[in-house]
Design a protein around this ligand. Structure first.
Ligand code: APR
Ligand code: PHB
Length: 389
């Protein structure tokens, strides 16, 4: 088989790239290691920046998002029980959309199916080869039969554990990493959200987040040890712990119920540079990871894909390599700003295991500064709702 662009991974990055390219008549194939049901079963974050909303609209997949997504004009922070609302609309005239990554993935898959573009699920032994030449190849095994795809470019959209970054010679790659000494224990429940907007809570027992998927479905998180065993967390224990970290008024209003999903995610910051190796590009989690505190993971995948699609559309439309040549540096400039913001949100909101009383006072003063300074609050709002692409 021969295509113009072979895409590895059917997460949001791969599916959105495929959609943007197909819309311009550029042929793609997506090769995904897992089944469609597995990909759709993953529960991940759910806050979309305006730029991500716009890109999904441009891609023609925004209809259900506008019908079912929740537009939020602010978030709340709670610090040892003191609450403050940051009104993004008032601060900088911008909003965010609460719409689960699972739903975004679902909409992109449905659009791809309707377009007739090919996605190969449950592909084994996927390899990316010859991307230093003009004739890159993707190889895989499906139902015991070996296949080969010849292409012009390979887009590695295969997440942190994917094969694309792992196929690059270590001398041409530089990585930057910070692993945080804690994780997030998340629960999804069919209960009304405790508040209309998200609440990010700092508490001496640890961070907590109150989020949502719809007016009847909530998503909550509590900071936990990174090696915590999820089996030790009954629903009751989770709800008690969450309640203990919220201000009394919110704790009082919390509606609890059986968990639909419960899982632990480690927190990590990671960047690989560059994001292009000959005719192989990395996009999304394949190139970088952020801790979920700033809700930037999916949004960064979307902005990478915007830059990459622009470069490839320019290449096929005008024969110019300028866009693909600029891809890595354009994407990384935005990635590092989101890395900074996610690291900062993580640092001020969590209980840091080895911090001293000085460190705790600095965290408190970060909160007090945000509450007291419109400039500081605008900076938070500008980053949370998304820096310009
Ligand atoms: N071959 C083919 N597919 C692979 C391989 C492989 N060797 N390894 C991984 N994959 C697939 C995974 O099964 C997954 O479906 O690549 C896909 C990568 O998708 P995501 O992990 O969702 O990454 P991305 O599309 O970059 O989306 C970024 O996901 O993890 C969140 O916070 C992150 O919200 C952000 C978003
Ligand atoms: C979520 O709803 O899952 C969510 C929201 C905001 C975050 C992280 C996760 O910062």
């Amino acid at each position: 088989m021969r295509v113009q662009v072979a895409i590895i991974g059917a997460g949001p990055a791969g599916l959105l790239l495929g959609r943007l390219l197909q819309n311009r008549g550029i042929e793609t194939v997506i090769v995904e290691r897992r089944s469609r049901a597995y990909v759709l079963g993953r529960i991940r974050a759910g806050v979309l920046e305006q730029g991500t909303v716009d890109l999904l609209d441009e891609a023609g997949v925004g209809q259900r998002m506008h019908a079912e997504g929740l537009v939020h004009r602010g978030v709340e922070f709670s610090f040892d029980g003191d609450r403050h609302r940051f009104d993004f609309e008032d601060l900088i005239g911008r909003r965010v959309m609460v719409y689960g990554q699972t739903e975004v993935t679902h909409d992109l898959m449905a659009a791809r199916d309707a377009s007739g573009a090919l996605t190969i699920y449950e592909a084994d032994h996927v390899s990316v080869d010859d991307f230093d030449s003009a004739n890159p190849r993707v190889r895989y095994v499906k139902d015991g039969v070996a296949h080969e795809i010849a292409c012009d470019f390979i887009a590695g959209c295969d997440g942190y554990h994917g094969v694309s970054r792992a196929s690059v010679s270590p001398d041409s790659l530089r990585t930057f990493e910070r692993v945080y000494p804690f994780g997030w224990l998340g629960v999804l429940s069919e209960t009304p959200p405790v508040a209309d907007e998200l609440i990010y809570a700092h508490h001496e027992r640890g961070f907590a987040l109150c989020s949502m998927r719809s007016p009847t479905r909530s998503r909550y998180y509590v900071q936990c040890a990174s090696d915590e065993d999820v089996a030790r967390w009954t629903d009751d224990r989770f709800w008690d712990e969450l309640r203990s970290r919220l201000d009394p008024e919110t704790a009082e209003q919390l509606v609890t119920g059986p968990s639909l999903e419960k899982s632990i995610a480690p927190l990590r910051s990671f960047v690989a540079e560059p994001m292009r190796f000959g005719r192989l590009f990395l996009a999304g989690d394949a190139a970088h990871i952020v801790p979920p505190t700033g809700a930037k993971g999916l949004n960064l995948a979307a902005s990478d894909v915007r830059y990459l699609a622009e470069g490839l559309i320019e290449f096929y439309g005008e024969g110019s390599e300028a866009g693909v040549n600029a891809y890595s540096s354009r994407a990384l400039a935005r990635v590092w700003k989101a890395e900074r913001f996610s690291w900062w949100m993580t640092s001020i909101l969590h209980t840091l295991p080895n911090t001293d009383s000085f460190g705790r006072r600095i965290q408190r003063s970060e909160f007090d500064y945000l509450v007291g300074s419109r400039a500081a609050a605008q900076s938070l709002a500008e980053n949370y709702t998304g820096l310009p692409v």
